[in-house]
Design a protein around this ligand. Structure first.
Ligand code: ADP
Ligand code: MG
Length: 226
């Protein structure tokens, strides 16, 4: 259970902005092991989203390597990269990114409808279990706009977990929540990490959350500082 889930080796990434190039990651190296719960802490603009997007295969590094379970994501053909994204990685975003016309159950079901052949009855069982895991069993037929911010983020967590991913990436998942709700969401992620053994990597600029997690990776100007 101590294998390497994610490894970044000397990763550089810049964005082109007109004539200039904005460096986001400058030779960043990092390893996440199976079952770890790691917070990525850094000021706005330090490169947190860029790092999470590279790990999730949403973007590619300019140089260096991003390995997920030992495979260099950039070398995968497109179809295999999207399979990796769909089946091994769950994403949680700051703004929840729920589909407004779908209810809670249907939002959570979405990842299981993409590129999969899962019998409908098994699919329903998995969705029900994920919705129960985040404490929303009584809200399965509610639409997102009938829910609070904390409840919406719970839906996003259930959606990230329904496919039993290896790794969950959460980009500032609590940035739009009040502090009580923030701690509840962190409690829930910690509980799911312990119970399901899923590796969590979540970014925050909230220093108060650092005491809650076993491992904190701090980045500044695109490199790990501690
Ligand atoms: P964080 O998530 O920690 O706020 P980001 O990874 O979003 O940091 O950004 C790192 C740096 O890259 C910042 O200087 C930011 O302005 C720049 N950046 C991020 N995305 C883009 C983009 N699409 N185009 C140009 N610059 C970008
Ligand atoms: Mg960001």
């Amino acid at each position: 259970m101590s294998g390497s889930v994610v490894k970044l080796e000397e990763v550089h990434k810049s964005y082109r902005l007109g004539q200039t190039s904005v460096p986001a990651l400058r030779g960043l190296s990092l390893e996440l092991r199976r079952g770890e719960f790691t917070a990525l802490v850094g000021a706005s603009g330090s490169g947190k989203s860029t790092l999470l997007n590279l790990v999730g295969g949403i973007d590619e590094p300019d140089s260096g390597r991003v390995l997920v379970e030992g495979t260099d994501v950039a070398t995968l053909p497109d179809d295999e990269r999207s399979r990796l994204r769909n089946q091994k990685i769950g994403f949680i975003f700051q703004s929840f990114n729920l589909v407004p016309v779908l209810d809670v159950f249907e939002n959570v079901e979405l990842p299981l409808l993409i590129n999969r052949r899962i019998p409908a009855s098994e699919r329903r069982d998995r969705v029900r279990a994920a919705v129960e895991d985040v404490g929303l069993a009584d809200f399965a037929r509610h639409l997102p706009d009938q829910l609070s911010g904390g409840q919406r983020q719970r839906v996003a967590i259930a959606r990230a977990l329904v496919a039993d991913p290896l790794l969950v990436l959460a980009d500032e998942p609590t940035a739009n929540l009040d502090s009580v709700t923030t701690h509840r969401i962190v409690d829930l992620m910690l509980e799911l990490n312990a119970r399901r053994g899923v590796t969590f990597f979540f970014s925050t600029h909230d220093e108060k959350l650092m005491s809650r997690v076993a491992r904190v990776v701090r980045i500044s100007d695109g490199t790990v500082v501690s």
